[in-house]
Design a protein around this ligand. Structure first.
Ligand code: HEM
Length: 549
């Protein structure tokens, strides 16, 4: 008898029964779950078949970052645009790749909250301007908006010039002034933009701080870990993420990044406490160039920085030390990686499009020649007056949007003109990379054609067909900063060098990440233009020493 019982309750049978029961419960739950209205609504959109228990999540299983990027593009083509995803009634979404569906997220004040995917960023950048919602977001946006006033941005122009000069000096040293120099663009551009964001927004020079290299490398690894989590829904809840050991790994990775940003705050806070800095963002009067400079403790000049505004707000009780940390982490990341990615793809594009590059060179050169009778430099106003330059930059942003993907939580049901609805609770993933390639809005979308941005052509398009900086309330606060920096760097280097191709467009394998990156090398060669070619310094006072050739 005893042996019969032990056969029944064998160590194999009991777990098998438990597993079968769990499976049964899961199936019942799945069937009941799919009776909700949201499921019916989501089925109105095309998409991969929804399997029992796992929904559509089998699609991204085991994919690395490059394959994930390719898979999303493949589904966009397969389903002719936007498509659904389903895990259960708490986790479902629409991947949006057409402006008609994207419009409700960009216009008006509804559905502006970021989706749960941004929660994964909390250990990294906290709940600052990028991640927060409601009154907290509004208050931070009010504090920070004045720091992007054009008066203040123009003062940053010098820092952009100086960093570009340093890059050019490194290229010249390597090429000994004669040979074309191969440059690894992501490394060169992210070094430049991290230096500028630290100097302009944080008021510290990176060469006075340790940890810049570790910071940049840490950001890449953090991006990988975030993607891994985003494509594995069972890791969405913190306890499973912790259980599999990822949380600790992530926090270990972030530690040096936070040490780096803390060092920035400490350095600036000391100067602020000594009364050596002012908050210029509250100044109503036009600010002249010298006002950006303050006498530091060593007698060295120090520039106005966005961090000063935060420190001043802290004194008025509008933000605390943790809040300052959140914004410094947000801006250090968001303000350098995005512009770095933009510069990488602009230079690559110029290398693939020699005729466009030549026309751009001529436009820059003509204005430069005109200006050389005065103080000889292209001011921020000059840079923004160049029409072809502007169209080239816009077309690069269209094809290679530095932020290729953003995501929103649907807090109010959206009824579309065709009668379908995006239900409340859905995650709306806005794939800017694909939005910008919608053939209805951009015929022959893969062709590089700056004339798509001629005013008479652009005005015929849906205003939300082109959104590299997002749009509406939650648009990019750093847009003007980014454009000034990008144009300063590109103008300087195009006047100085011919950009020659190394990486072919067809070789690039993009990866799904926080900003547009590739798993393949991204390189060009910079060949110094000959002295007989018409060219002088592009940026005047701040570049004369290096470019007087
Ligand atoms: C070419 C460069 C840049 C591009 C393409 C870009 C793009 C974007 C996009 C698409 C968003 C919306 C994000 C979302 O909804 O999740 C955004 C938001 C934001 N960007 Fe940028 N950005 C760039 C440069 C910068 C710079 C230079 C800064 C700071 C100096 C910056 C700071 C921010 C911040 C703080 C937000 C959140 C704004 C809010 O929600 O109120 N960005 N950016």
């Amino acid at each position: 008898m005893a042996s019969e019982w032990s056969a029944v309750f064998s160590p194999v049978l009991i777990p098998a029964i438990l597993i079968a029961l769990a499976l049964l419960l899961w199936i019942v739950w799945d069937v009941l779950d799919k009776r909700c209205a949201t499921y019916a609504a989501i089925l109105q959109f095309p998409g991969p078949p929804v399997w029992p228990l796992i929904g559509t999540m089998y699609n991204t299983r085991g994919l690395d970052a490059a394959k994930t990027f390719e898979a999303f593009r493949y589904w966009t083509n397969l389903y002719g645009g936007s498509y659904r995803m389903w895990f259960n009634s708490r986790l479902f979404g629409i991947n949006i790749t057409q402006c008609e569906l994207a419009e409700p997220f960009f216009s008006g004040g509804r559905n502006t909250d970021k989706s749960l995917l941004y929660r994964f960023l909390h250990p990294f950048v906290g709940v600052g301007l990028l991640n927060s919602a409601g009154s907290k977001w509004l208050q931070r946006r009010r504090i920070l908006t004045p720091t992007f006033h054009f008066n203040i941005l123009n003062g940053f122009h010098r820092a952009f010039c100086e960093e570009t000069e340093k890059l050019a000096a490194r290229i010249d040293t390597r090429g000994k002034g004669t040979t074309a120099v191969e440059v690894d663009l992501p490394a060169a551009m992210s070094q430049l933009t991290l230096n500028t964001i630290c100097e302009t927004s944080m008021g510290v020079k990176l060469d006075t701080l340790d940890g810049a290299v570790e910071y940049r490398e840490g950001i890449y690894k953090a991006g990988e870990m975030l993607l891994n989590r985003a494509v594995r829904p069972w890791l969405y809840v913190d306890w499973t993420y912790r259980l599999f050991g990822y949380m600790r790994q992530f926090q270990r990775l972030l530690k040096p990044l936070h040490i780096f940003t803390s060092a920035i705050i400490t350095q600036r806070r000391e100067l602020f406490a000594q009364g050596k800095l002012n908050d210029l963002s509250t100044t109503e009067e036009p600010i002249d160039d010298d006002q950006y400079l303050y006498g530091g403790s060593s007698g060295a000049k120090k520039r106005y920085a966005m961090l000063d505004t935060l420190l001043a707000a802290e004194m008025r009780g509008l933000i605390d030390a943790d809040g300052i940390r959140e914004e410094v982490d947000t801006f250090t990341f968001e303000g350098h990686d995005t512009t770095g990615s933009a510069l990488v793809f602009i230079f690559l594009t110029l290398s693939w499009e020699p005729a466009i590059q030549e026309r751009l060179y001529q436009e820059l050169h003509e204005l430069h020649t005109e200006r050389s009778t005065g103080d000889g430099h292209l001011s921020p106003n000059d840079l923004s007056s160049l029409k072809f330059f502007d169209r080239v930059v816009k077309e690069c942003f269209r094809l290679w949007p530095p932020v290729a993907f953003i995501s929103r939580q649907v807090t109010d049901e959206i009824v579309l003109p065709d009668g379908r609805s995006i239900p409340r609770g859905a995650i709306a993933n806005l794939h800017i990379f694909d939005l910008h390639r919608d053939p209805q809005q951009f015929p022959d979308p893969d062709r590089f054609d700056p004339d798509r941005f001629l005013p008479e052509v652009a005005e015929k398009r849906n205003p939300y067909a082109y959104v590299p900086f997002s749009a509406g309330q939650r648009n990019c606060i750093g847009q003007k900063y980014a454009l000034l920096e990008i144009k300063t760097v590109v103008a300087y280097l195009v006047l100085r060098y011919r950009v020659l191709p190394v990486t072919k467009r067809t070789e690039i394998r993009f990866i799904a990440d926080l900003v547009l990156r590739a798993s393949t090398p991204l390189k060009v060669r910079f060949e110094k233009r000959s002295v007989s070619e018409p060219h002088r310094s592009t940026t005047g006072s701040c570049t004369r020493s290096v470019l007087s050739y």
